[in-house]
Design a protein around this ligand. Structure first.
Ligand code: ATP
Length: 403
């Protein structure tokens, strides 16, 4: 097994780190990549506005999730859990014990590679692991790496060193990024979920007014609350909802915001959902209490309203996007239908739903509602009363219109 070890302060993790992680997995053919945030880096002082270790850990986890390789990329808190300075030689010794037969590769950018001989116990480091170095900017050419490689190979017999080129160089450091964030910039150097996490927690002096976010910031916050694999669907729903709003004359901005936020609580636990419903005074029936899928639309609506200051129209659209109900507004219908047939959805009958969505919105809604009812019946699950009411209401409407 080949294991890559990517240590750093990740304060915060940025797109340069992500590009390096991605390239190393590919170039070395890693079976596992361990991202290890340092507790006390031996090489540099942590600046004063460094967030608490649990925030750095959470941001590193978002970076790992961004790779979309859950079997490979993993964050380890081993250095954060260890007292004293975070010496790489200690980390490698612990990993060698944990994985006696694995081939270990230590990943590092130019700055770290060029000073490796000055680290604590470089002999142990180079005995326990190979080193994979990569450039951080256009200037970091082979001419920069070669003398250090020769020096290390000569000094530490048996040292294994390889250099790789990052296909997408991102010339940024966390130091520069912290400065930018403090003055309201820098988002473009961050993976959206990490940026959203920083904004939502007010890290690095960001003072975002969560109730008046621009669309990119709202997206970042929403994505920071979910697993990366859900983001495609959320983006698809946003775009579909905007197209439908244009088609049916609804408010496009409301449709966009409802799409962005509709699934933001999807990964909360049952307990967290119940606590939010309690806090925001959402009454629940027995079925709702026991079904996460039914709860996420209610808690998503609460977060949209109370955290992001969204208006009633957006709140209601998110609130009803799973069960539907009788007599829905155009925006409510749009979010329900967009969620059902956005371009990433594939199930039998989705093409018919896509066609109806743009020709007869009520028929599309009825098809969605009846597809859900059938699916629940097939799975022997109870059907929510609002969904049955939506069906009855829509059927009656269809008879009245056709009659
Ligand atoms: P700081 O500015 O706080 O020193 P940093 O941006 O160098 O932080 P670290 O967390 O210290 O980030 O870096 C972890 C590892 O990632 C190091 O090996 C570093 O060389 C590498 N690295 C940092 N930035 C980049 C980048 N833009 N491209 C490629 N590798 C990078």
């Amino acid at each position: 097994m080949k294991i890559g070890i990517f240590g750093g302060t990740f304060n915060p993790p940025h797109l340069g780190h992500l590009a390096a992680a991605r390239a190393a997995i590919e170039a070395l053919g890693l079976d596992k990549l361990l991202i290890i945030p340092a507790a006390i880096p031996p090489h540099k002082e942590l600046p004063e506005n460094t967030p608490a270790p649990e925030h750095r850990l959470a941001m590193a986890e978002k970076m790992a999730d961004a790779l979309l390789l859950p079997e490979v990329a993993e964050v380890s808190s081993m250095e954060l859990d260890r007292a004293g300075k975070s010496y790489t030689s200690d980390t490698l010794a612990a990993l060698r014990e944990q994985y006696p037969d694995a081939e270990l590769w230590l990943l590092m950018g130019t700055d770290m590679f060029l000073t490796l001989h000055l680290w604590h116990d470089p002999g142990t480091i180079l005995k326990l692991a190979g080193v994979c170095a990569f450039g951080r900017s256009e200037q970091d050419t082979e001419a920069v790496f070669a003398p250090q490689r020769e020096h290390l190979e000569k000094t530490f017999t048996g040292a294994k060193i390889t250099t790789i080129t990052l296909p997408g160089l991102v010339n940024i450091s966390s130091t520069r990024l912290r400065e930018l964030l403090g003055s309201g910039e820098g988002g473009k150097y961050l993976y959206p979920a990490v940026y959203g996490y920083i904004l939502m927690n007010g890290l690095y002096g960001t003072r975002a007014d969560l109730k008046h976010l621009d669309i990119p910031e709202l997206r970042a916050c929403s994505y920071s609350m979910v697993m990366q694999k859900r983001v495609r669907h959320i983006r698809g729903t946003e775009e579909e909802a905007v197209r439908l709003a244009r088609r049916w004359g609804a408010d496009e901005d409301h449709a966009r915001r409802a799409g962005i936020l509709h699934d933001c609580t999807k990964y909360l636990t049952g307990e967290e959902h119940l606590a939010l419903c309690e806090r925001y005074g959402v009454p629940l029936d027995d079925l709702e209490r026991s079904a996460l899928k039914l709860l996420h639309s209610k808690t998503g609506a609460c977060i949209a309203r109370h955290v992001f200051g969204e208006p009633d129209e957006v709140y209601e659209a998110i609130f009803w996007h799973t069960t539907a109900k009788e007599d829905m507004t155009t925006l409510e219908k749009i979010l329900y239908v967009a969620d059902y047939m956005e371009p990433n959805r594939s199930f039998e009958g989705v093409e018919r739903l896509r066609e109806l969505a743009y020709t007869d919105l009520d028929k599309a809604l009825l098809l969605g509602v009846e597809t859900t009812i059938q699916e629940m019946k097939d799975r022997g699950l109870p059907i929510h009363k609002s969904t049955l009411r939506a069906q009855a209401w829509l059927r009656e409407q269809a008879v009245t219109t056709e009659g």
